[in-house]
Design a protein around this ligand. Structure first.
Ligand SMILES: [Zn+2]
Length: 492
């Protein structure tokens, strides 16, 4: 299941890229229509046995192929390059012949050490611009990596070079604080320099802005410790989480860079704001420290808040996703890891209905048929006050089991996210007419809660969550659920 969801997310990312690059309205319309079909398909995949929709995905693939064919030669070929990987993953045959007329536009192939850029030959119109402004201008037209990776890497360069003010940047076009390695030969020349970390060592001297950009991506693509970085092409935050331990010794590097995504995105302003990312192919977090006692599994219903048509509020950078999309990803990770927590999960999504009450009750009626020990609805919070922060879980009053469930979840979220618990230790009791009431009261005999782990309207909250990643948030939910199940003795 999660592989299929991953595939859908990767395809979605590619479609968004191609939308940003499409040159005619007709192409944009086609891509839009396919994005809509993908959303519908995602809902179905989450709801049903994914094998049963495999045929549908294959049908969709042939349409995707047509789009790819239509776009080939029109847009940069960077987005085509991963399609064979996607195809392999999904057992699909997507043909990815590179555009024959663009011999020079492939992004640096991993470990392709023979490919060397012509140094000092900026070919963009901004070649005359120097320094920071020139770098941004040059990078805007760079099309060998995804928009998400451009935002992520420029955020790094903002941090590394102090917005182009570091001596290393001004003297040597080295905006990334990149130390010289043998594998950089041909991309730069070595220069001795004492860095801000007091470390006197050999750094890269790039002959031009273009040489730096090419050199940075070669540095990543050719570094053994960065092997696998392409998996994060459509999730800039996941890319930073992946490379940070090797790129910088600063323990605060990840959050420092994530905080700069917004600035970076607005500097690049490319028609893509880094949203919609998803292919977080990060290996599952080690679970050895998690108690997974032997025992029967307990059934848990996961309800994803909002729906595909009306997806809830949007998180600010660097998360930049709606509640429905974000929580769909979290739920996919919960499914993937549930067995390790002796939980049997089923994910329910809401089908758009003019009556929100009917829409919610229909989802809970399906959940009830699954006969779960508890139900958890996934959201994130939002406020006009951008300083509003913290974790809360909504529940109905007078229900000790729901309170126990809420407490287990808030404490797991607290220990993972570290955000303040709002109100009464994070528990928010709602009454008829309050936000969340329909959900938490839909199943009178099943402990039900509605989770708001953070504020999507708060940049700092979003930096925290992006720094942690969707999978770790999913694991926090699973820990809370397991704790609840054990505490209530709900295993046979
Ligand atoms: Zn919501």
């Amino acid at each position: 299941m999660s592989d299929t969801l991953d595939t859908i997310e990767i395809i979605r990312g590619r479609l968004r890229d191609s939308f940003a690059q499409a040159s005619t309205d007709e192409q944009k319309q086609k891509i839009k229509a396919e994005l809509k079909r993908l959303s519908d398909l995602q809902e179905e995949v989450v709801l049903q046995e994914f094998e049963s929709v495999a045929d549908e995905i294959r049908a969709l693939t042939s349409t995707l192929q047509q789009i790819i064919d239509n776009l080939t030669g029109v847009i940069g070929n960077f987005f085509l390059q991963d399609f064979d990987k996607i195809g392999t993953q999904a057992g699909l045959a997507i043909r990815t012949a590179p555009p024959p007329t663009q011999p020079n536009s492939g992004r640096p192939a991993k470990r392709d050490r023979s490919r060397q850029p012509a140094q000092g030959s900026d070919t963009t119109s901004s070649a005359s611009l120097d320094g920071w402004a020139g770098l941004i201008s040059t990078y805007r037209s760079y099309d060998k990596v995804s928009a998400e990776l451009k935002i992520a890497s420029l955020a790094q360069w903002i941090q590394e070079s102090g917005r182009g003010t570091s001596p290393l940047a001004r003297k040597y076009n080295n905006f990334g604080g990149i130390k010289y390695r043998a594998r950089m030969q041909g991309y730069c020349t070595p220069v001795d320099y004492t860095g801000s970390d007091g470390d006197s060592t050999t750094y890269c001297n790039f002959s031009s802005l273009t040489a730096f950009i090419e050199g940075y991506w070669h540095f990543i693509a050719s570094g053994d410790s960065y092997s696998g970085w392409e998996r994060y092409s459509h999730n800039g935050a996941a890319y930073i989480r992946f490379i940070a331990p090797h790129y910088s010794a600063d323990p605060n590097y990840i959050t420092g860079v994530l905080r700069l995504f917004e600035e970076s995105g607005s500097l690049l302003k490319q028609g893509s704001n880094g949203s919609g990312s998803s292919e977080d192919g990060a290996p599952a977090a080690p679970l050895s420290n998690v108690a997974t006692p032997e025992g029967s599994t307990a059934r848990v219903a996961i309800v994803i808040g909002h729906n595909a048509r009306s997806p809830g509020s949007s998180a600010v950078s660097p998360l930049s996703r709606t509640e429905f999309v974000f929580n769909g990803e979290v739920a996919a990770y919960m499914l993937r890891n549930a067995a390790q927590y002796n939980l049997e999960l089923k994910v329910f999504t809401r089908q758009s209905n003019p009556s929100v009450e009917r829409e919610i009750l229909a989802a809970y009626a399906e959940a009830a048929a699954f006969n779960p020990v508890c139900a958890v609805e996934l959201h994130f919070n939002s406020s006009d006050n951008s300083a509003a922060t913290g974790t809360e879980v909504l529940l109905a009053g007078g229900k000790p089991a729901a309170a126990a469930l809420a407490s287990s979840i808030t404490s797991a979220l607290r220990s993972s996210l570290g955000l303040p618990l709002r109100g009464n230790r994070g528990l928010s009791v709602v009454s008829r007419g309050d936000r969340g009431w329909i959900s938490v009261s839909a199943l009178p005999n099943v402990p039900s809660v509605l989770c708001e782990p953070f504020f999507g309207s708060n940049t700092s909250d979003c930096v925290t969550v992006a720094g942690l990643g969707e999978e770790k948030l999913a694991l926090a939910y699973l820990r809370g659920l397991r704790e609840f199940v054990l505490s209530r003795n709900l295993v046979a």
